[in-house]
Structure formats: structure tokens, C-alpha cells
Write a protein of this length. Sequence first.
Lengths: 244, 183
Amino acid sequence: MNNNEAKFVLGAYRANGRDAGDPTFGAAVAQAKADPALGAWLARARAHDGAMAAKLNEIMPPAGLREAILAGARASRAPKVARRFPTMWFALAASVAVLLTATFALWPNRGAASTTQLTAFAREDTAHGTHGGHGEVEGSLQVMLSQPSNRLSAGVPVDFAALRATGCRTLNFAGHDVLEVCFQREGAWFHCYIVNAADFPAMAKDTAADFEQKAGFGSASWSDGVHRFVVVSNAGLDAVKRLL
Amino acid sequence: MSNEVFTQLVDAHYAPLYRFALSLAKRPADAGDLVQQTFFIWATKGHGLRELSKAKSWLFTTLYREFLHGQRRDTRVSSLEDLPPGESDVAAEDVDRATRMDAASVVAALQTVDEVFRAPLTLFYLEDLSYSEIADTLEVPIGTVMSRLSRGKAQLRAALEQEEAAAKSKIVPFTGAQGRKHS
């Protein structure tokens, strides 16, 4: 390695010393120590780089940028399921969704809706609903659901009234409230729907999970005796199973 | 991702991202937009908690891509790659100049460096990314990063000299009452 080659390599050597352990620079640094002329060049180059870095780091972002980023992210936090149909089918799909919602909302015997129907409702909402909610209580639940080590079958802490009152997205199924919380694991979005078990006496209480793969969505439905949960995702049935 | 984690991500990276964006876009308003757009993409594309360790590189890469999307690539880029290596000598005066100039003048000089050199140069001076991380961020080979740093530094030194000379030429010497002509 001649001095010109050493200068070429050392040009990428950061002035703050964070590259000191990088073997890429080992030979060039050793050469600079052995050759006074190269050593002097390196000292000047690092001083120049250090001065530039210091000047650049004096530049501060404009006031309000941080707040604008956070506010913008909150406004756009609602995850959207990717469009899976051509645009021409959207009107039809939306009509079906409205009909299904109306059907479930006006269910003749409100308590008679089955777990299968609740899962279908959740799947339909996952595909076509406008997701998003807010509030500290929902945020805490979202964090818990997102933790890879948390198995949902071990229990999900739900304060139904507090969630509903503080901004958690609330839907209506067969005349009763359904809470929905979006969360992520393994880079995929999941949608957790929660109902009060007491609102649906026809659904079995305290049951293990039933899994289903349908229309491109994997789902799990289970109950802890107080609430019934349905989790839906387009990440596949295996991804849903790993949650529990 | 929870609000708390997202806020931590913003706090950790928005300032260096803004500096990088400012060197690329030149106008503060455009730089702010680029940073916002980058975090918007993060928030809406659904990056999972497990990817947080890669967040820094992802954010810089995305910001750079967004910048490139917003402008037509300079056709000189490929030909610049073929130019001979830049002058690598650094004079003591270069160091003194960089030290005495104010930050705004240094950034103004940096903004005159060709964009193909400016992006790796700014990332290098931010000192957050190693040369290999810069290569990943800009999606170019490591050797290209080193070459662009060498060429970019040479351009920057010349730009700093010009910037300082231009600043001096704007200074009007005070001549005092004796130098005034009364009409």
C-alpha cells in the first residue's frame, strides 16, 4: 500500500475514532504511524473532518419539527390493509360490508349471534374497515399485545369500559359494542376484536382457541370467560397461531 | 409500535436526519418535509418492534430515496464516477478555515458540492454511520463510498475557500468621516 492508497482508505476514517477497531483501516493507520509525512497528513485530515463534523452538528432542526412529526404520525397511525381487489370491485365490496354491518347490528336475537358470525364480522372489518384508535388505555394494551414474549392465551388485560371511554375504536355487532385494537408482531399487523362475553350468551365461555383460514385471512377466536377475543391477520394462520 | 417507542425513535434520529436532508434539499422547508415524510413512511408501513435495531439505516436510506424520487437524477453522475481521484492534500489553512467559519457558511459550502458526493460526505460528517453503513444506505459499493468521500472532500475544501472569499467581499470597510465625500 503506497501513501496515496492509504490516504484513499483513511478518507473514510471518522474523526471521532469510532472506526479505530475496524480492520479495514489497520494497515493504513499503521503506515501513518510509521511515515511522518503521512502521519501529518492524517492529523490535518482528521482535524478538518472534526471541524466539519462539529459545524454540521451545530445545525439544529427548526422549532416545531419534532412535534409536527409526532402529530403527523398519530394522525396516520391507522394501519390500512393493502388493496387486494381492483378499484372497480370496491364499491361492491363496500356495499356488502354495509349490508353485513347492518345485518349484524339489527340482529333479531342479539344474544344469538355465533362465534362463527363474530369471526366473519371481524374478518370483514379487517379487510374493509378504517382502523385506528387512540387513548392511553388502548396504547398500553397495544404495547402488551405487541410484545413477542406475551402469549395471548395466557390472558389479555381488558378494561372494556375504560377502553371504550378513552378512544379505543368501537364497532357494533348484533347490537353490542366490539372493541378493536391493532398491533404488530414480526412486522405484520394483527387486529384484535373484543366483546363482553355476557352480551352473547349463545357463545361458549372460557374456551380454547378455534383457528380458521378463510378469504386470505387467518383468525383465532377464544374466550377467557369474561370476554371473547377474535384476532385476524392477513399474515397467515401460522402467524396467528404463534400469538397464542 | 407504541407511541412511546415511536417518540424515542423520533428523538434519537430526527436531528441528524434533518441535517442530512438540509444538505440534500438545500432549503430548510424542503428538509423538514423530507424528514416528516420519512417518519410518515415508517409509521404507515408498519415496521415491527424487532426491526428497531435497524431503524437508523432504514431512516437514512428512506430519506435519501425520497429525495431522489423528488428530483431527476443528474446525468453527470455516471461520468463523475470516471474522473481521476481528487486532490487529497489538506493544508493547514484548510483546517483553520473550517474552524473559523460559522456553521451556516459551512453548510452553504457543503450544499454546492455535487449531490453524488454530498450525500456520502454529509453522512460521513454526521459520524453516525460507518463507511460500510453509508454504502448500505446509499446502496453503492464500499469502494464507491471511499471514492466519493475523497472527491467530495476535495470539492468541499474548494467550496469553503470560495464561500469565505465571497463572505469577505461582502464586507464593506468602514472608512470613517474622513473618507466621506460631501456633495
